[in-house]
Structures are given as C-alpha cells and as structure tokens.
Design a protein around this ligand. Structure first.
Ligand SMILES: C=CC1=C(C)c2cc3[nH]c(cc4nc(cc5[nH]c(cc1n2)c(C)c5CCC(=O)O)C(CCC(=O)O)=C4C)c(C)c3C=C
Ligand SMILES: [Fe+2]
Ligand SMILES: [Fe+2]
Length: 357
C-alpha cells in the first residue's frame, strides 16, 4: 500500500493538536444531465453496502438496463427540484450551509468543520484531508442520518476509514451515533412540524410520516434501521400527542423488484381518499435535509398520485434543512460527542494552532 503524506499531519508536531468535525451525507450528481447522473448512480449503486447481491449477477444488470434507463428518469426528477441559482442539488446546498453555520458555532472552541459526500464531490476523503491539513489530530465523523443503517451511516464511515488506511499519521477518530429518538431531534422535529402546520389554510386529517425504505432482507439480516424508524415515530407521536392512526409510518423509495419495508408510501397515500381522507400533511423524519426523495418523490410524484385518487390537499413539511433549529441540533449532538476533547485551546502545552506551509 502507498501511504499518503499529508502536509502538516498531526503526530509529527503536537503543537498543532486540534479537534475537527466532518459532516457527511449521501451525495448527489454534479448536474442533471444524463452523464452526470449516470456517473453518480454508477458510484452509488456499485457500493456493496447498498447492493449486496454478488457483483457477478449485479454488474451486468447495473451496466445494462439500470445505467441505460435510470439516469434519464432520475435526471428529470433532479431537474424539477434543482437549485438553479446555485446550479446544485438541494442536498448539497443544505449540507454545505449546515457545515458553514456549525463552523461559526464551534469557532469559539477553535473546531473547524468540513463536509463531504459518500458519492460524488466533495468527497469524504477530501473533507478528511482538509481537516488534517488544518492540524486536526482528533476528528469526529458525523454522518447526517438520524437513523442508523449499514447502507448510509456505515458506508459513510467506511469511506472515511478507507481514506485513513492510506495515511501514515492518522488522527484519532470518533463517530457520531444515530439520533433517532434523541430529545433534541424530536423536539426540533415537533417544533418545525407544528410551525409549518400553522401556516396551512387547512387542518390535515392525517400526518403521514414517510421514511426512506430498505430491502426487507437487510433488516432480517440485522440492520437496525426499521427499529430506529419505529423509535423516531414513537417519540414524535408522544411529543406531539398523536396516535398511530393520526401519524402513520410508511416507507418510500423502493428500488428494484425485491420486497422493501412496508407499508409503501405511494399506495398508502393513494388509498386515503377512498376512506374520506382528502387533506393530509407528509413529514419525512428520516432526512434532515430536503432532497430528491422528499421534494420530488413526495412533493411531486406522491402528490400527483394522491390528487389523481381524489385527494384535495397534500402539504409537504420541509426538513430541518439550514434552519436555526437544525444548527442548534447539530451543535448539541456534536458537542455531546466531543466530551473530553474540548476545550483544549489554551491548555498547558497546547499553543494556538497556526497552520504551516
Ligand atoms: C438501491 C438501493 C438503495 C438503498 C438501499 C438506499 C438506502 C437509503 N438511501 C437513503 C437516503 C437517500 N437516498 C437518496 C437517493 C437515492 N437512493 C437510491 C437507492 C437506495 N437507497 C437511489 C437510486 C437514489 C438516487 C435517486 C434516484 O435515482 O431515485 C437520497 C437523495 C440524494 C439527492 O441527491 O437528493 C437520500 C438522502 C437512506 C436514508 C437509505 C436507507 C435507510
Ligand atoms: Fe436512497
Ligand atoms: Fe426515490
């Protein structure tokens, strides 16, 4: 193996002792065109944490029908939700904003914050090197998923450890645990839902909580994701005073022919008008940032299906995104995890950090 020597790595110079935070998220294509979306999907769907099937079986399917047809369909969906002013996806805008604002909160403790994407750019490797180059010898990896899944949290951390494998002087590492029913997450969610519902000119008869789905077999093999979604929704119902009939749990984003977690969001929503439920709100507590899954799959596709089935109103409640509540939450989670690593600025033998060249 070739080791990468990053300039200003920590151990060679203890005077540069510093703690950093790396926020990671899933990733997103560079553009909405066929080529950009194909490159993104090829990287995403080649991850063995995402598709566990043998590559001998999966690769011909991936490089055959999937990467021939899916980029056009997904590209059109990205185009509908694209942040054209910044020429980037919403997930990218919100993740960057979260990192920038969290960095402002942590500047007082001299803790830099970098952000990276599991698929696409900026990569988790780039973000890690950015922190090491700023003299960080202690790094908190913070995958921005409230509920753990091997397909999200674990693969984000794997990617950071792949980059660490190539460093001669590794920083010390901590990872942020999932925060499915953390009181700070539940109260931020409850407050944002409540605030949004007050802006509506109708009272929803039901608040559907739609989470990203997962193949059932992954859960049967031990992925704790489904149990974590249950924990989120139980805590949220409790906090908001709703029962399961008023706030049902559903799963979206099924991909491929296998069985995924049920009930599926789209058919569930489409069944409601026949039961006299024509005015609903949808929340997506498996995402802290709006993305193609929330804005297009729910905000466009599910809404169209609901209206087609006789529904009158569907209000999509925004994710926490770059709201002050979201930054408060991230600061709260991160500071709790940095216990014992802060404060070090001004500690004896730890002079101020001044990156050298
Ligand atoms: C094919 C299998 C997939 C698994 C397993 C999966 C798990 C999973 N994903 C998220 C969060 C997000 N997924 C997003 C997009 C997305 N997801 C899949 C497939 C799987 N996800 C695909 C193919 C795509 C791309 C879009 C599309 O073509 O439909 C996103 C949004 C990214 C964006 O740029 O907006 C997020 C976020 C979770 C939480 C999860 C398991 C729990
Ligand atoms: Fe996904
Ligand atoms: Fe989707």
């Amino acid at each position: 193996m070739t080791f990468i020597t990053v300039h200003r790595t920590a151990r060679a110079d203890v005077a540069r002792a510093r703690t950093g935070v790396l926020l990671s998220n899933l990733g997103t294509p560079e553009g909405t065109g066929y080529g950009a979306v194909r490159r993104y999907l090829a990287e995403f769907l080649s991850d063995r944490r995402i598709i566990e099937a043998s590559p001998l079986i999966w690769k011909p399917i991936l490089y055959g029908p999937v990467l021939t047809f899916r980029p056009r369909k997904s590209g059109a969906a990205y185009q509908r939700i694209w942040h054209h002013d910044h020429d980037e996806s919403p997930l990218r805008t919100y993740t960057r904003d979260q990192a920038t604002q969290l960095a402002q909160r942590l500047a007082v403790d001299d803790v830099p914050v970098a952000w990276g994407m599991r698929y696409g750019t900026p990569s988790i490797r780039q973000a890690l090197h950015e922190l090491v180059e700023q003299g960080c010898d202690r790094i908190l990896l913070a995958p921005l998923y409230p509920q753990y899944s091997a397909t999200t949290t674990a693969t984000a951390n794997d990617q950071a450890f792949r980059a660490l494998m190539r460093m001669r002087n590794q920083p010390a590492i901590r990872t942020l645990p999932p925060f499915a029913d953390h009181p700070a997450y539940i109260s931020a969610l409850a407050r944002s839902i409540d605030t949004h519902l007050r802006t509506l000119d109708f009272t929803p008869q039901m608040i559907v909580a739609s989470f990203h789905g997962l193949p059932k077999v992954y859960v049967e093999k031990g992925d704790s994701y489904a149990a974590e979604c249950e924990r989120t929704i139980a805590a949220l119902r409790h906090a908001m005073g709703y029962d399961a009939a008023m706030m049902p749990l559903t799963f979206q984003s099924r991909f491929g022919p296998a069985k995924w977690l049920e009930p599926y969001t789209a058919p569930f929503i489409e069944s409601l008008p026949a039961r006299g439920i024509t005015r609903i709100a949808v929340i997506t507590p498996g995402f802290i940032s709006d993305c193609i899954e929330t804005l297009d799959e729910i905000g466009n596709e599910a809404r169209a299906g609901f209206v087609h089935a006789g529904g009158k109103e569907l209000a999509l409640v925004p994710c926490l995104n770059n709201s002050p509540d979201c930054i408060d939450l991230l600061e709260n989670l991160v500071r709790a995890e940095l216990g014992g690593w802060l404060p070090r600025a001004g500690a004896e033998g730890a002079p101020a950090v001044t990156p050298s060249t």
